[in-house]
Design a protein around this ligand. Structure first.
Ligand SMILES: [Zn+2]
Length: 412
């Protein structure tokens, strides 16, 4: 599938004007509740930015436009205490060479996350448990849980999961947008290959249970999600997924599966990826122009500030020439409120796909997060329910998963 840069290019170039407007819509009461809550997001793709030359998490990257949505200044502004920082691996060839590349990529990204932590000991800290998250946020630092999106780095040797666990991995997603050796994706045009999890995928579930790693069914097919719920001894999550009954995209899940997830104690974290929220009609000329632009920058890890500025300028030209429909904050809330009604507030969280294509008009970066708290108050949710949505529900699952681990897993 396409490189991450083209994924981002296909997303939105979000107007910064919307940010200023939104800040005025948050009441003092909502701000106070938001500050009090432990605010976690389950899908921060930000580690992909760590290797960019000159890029530092401590700097404000508003000038990057929607290309960069998470950094310390904007986390502070939006009251984001932290969350799960993702080791994302694009699905490559499923042969020895492809598996080796995926293995190296995963380990390199894990190392880069640790380098970021080592460089910022006063502001960021690795979290290995729910208690860690509460303690770290209580000290005013940012919480760094580590997750994996697409288990392909484990394809050649699934026992590597123990090494990842020792390095801090606490959440594991099975697939990305294509099928892999562990299971089926929700969006592979070839359709199901395993009818859910492969035998290796089922073994991986057992291994994750033993180690106390939360299983994540986002991107995986509905059959995989059903099997994860059935096979896992402890509840699972969907780290960034929206509602199929609001917009019928295969990447979203329907009400029946939502209810099953909730009944099993799991939590769905609602995604803010525009293409999964509303129907954006295909526009081949636009897509061609975006792909041509992406092809000019094949290595996203090497993008300089000048490259980003050039990309944003080219993006503006493409947006003017081939305008596309854009999802809005109201579209996001339609999914969130529907899911809250179907699953119940104890089974919902937030995973907006920041730095991975997420963000909508009016919710352009993590600085805008208090708007969600305001909208939840407006919809009648209680302070306790809103605190659960922002982090309590996630930590409940993490506690259950770690309590269910085998002693060796807990101590490693
Ligand atoms: Zn994703």
């Amino acid at each position: 599938m396409t490189l991450r840069i083209s994924t981002l290019l296909c997303g939105l170039l979000l107007a910064t004007a919307a940010i200023t407007a939104s800040a005025q819509e948050v009441s003092a009461r909502a701000q106070a509740l938001h500050q009090q809550a432990l605010v976690l997001d389950t899908h921060l793709d930000t580690p992909a930015n760590f290797p960019r030359p000159g890029w530092d998490i401590s700097d404000d990257h508003s000038h990057d436009g929607s290309y960069s949505q998470v950094d310390l200044p904007r986390m502070r502004k939006g009251g984001l205490d932290g969350g799960f920082w993702v080791i994302y691996t694009g699905q490559g060839a499923r042969d020895a060479e492809g598996n080796r590349k995926a293995r190296d990529h995963g380990l390199l990204r894990m190392t880069q996350i640790h380098e970021m932590l080592a460089a910022h000991p006063d502001t960021f800290e690795l979290a290995l448990s729910a208690d860690d998250a509460e303690r770290i946020a209580g000290q005013g630092k940012r919480v760094v849980f580590i997750s994996m999106e697409n288990a392909s780095p484990l394809a050649s040797d699934p026992s590597l999961l123990s090494a990842y666990h020792a390095l801090g991995l606490r959440m594991l997603g099975i697939t990305h947008v294509l099928n892999n050796d562990f299971g089926d994706s929700s969006t592979d045009k070839k359709g199901p290959e395993w009818n859910g999890l492969s035998p290796a995928g089922k073994a991986l579930v057992a291994q994750a249970n033993r180690l106390g790693i939360v299983l994540d069914g986002s991107h995986a097919s509905d059959q995989v999600v059903e099997q994860l719920i059935a096979l896992s001894k402890t509840p699972i999550v969907l780290s960034h997924t929206s509602a199929k009954d609001v917009f019928g995209h295969p990447r979203n899940i329907d009400d029946a599966l939502l209810r099953k997830l909730a009944a099993s104690g799991g939590v769905i974290h609602v995604n803010a990826y525009g293409g999964y929220l509303i129907d954006i009609p295909a526009n081949p000329e636009r897509e061609q122009a975006l792909q041509a632009l992406a092809d000019q920058y094949p290595d996203e890890s090497q993008l300089s500030e000048a490259d980003i500025a050039a990309i944003l300028k080219a993006r503006q030209r493409i947006d003017q020439q081939y305008p596309a429909r854009q999802a809005s904050f109201d579209d996001y809330m339609r999914h969130l409120l529907h899911i809250l009604k179907v699953a119940g507030p104890e089974h919902v969280g937030i995973g907006a796909d920041w730095d991975g294509g997420g963000g909508v008009l009016g919710l352009a970066n993590v600085g805008d997060l208090p708007r969600i708290t305001q909208a939840l108050l407006d919809a009648g949710y209680s302070d306790a329910e809103i605190k659960g949505i922002w982090g309590g529900n996630l930590l409940r699952v993490l506690r259950a998963v770690q309590a269910g681990a085998e002693p060796a897993g807990q101590s490693s």
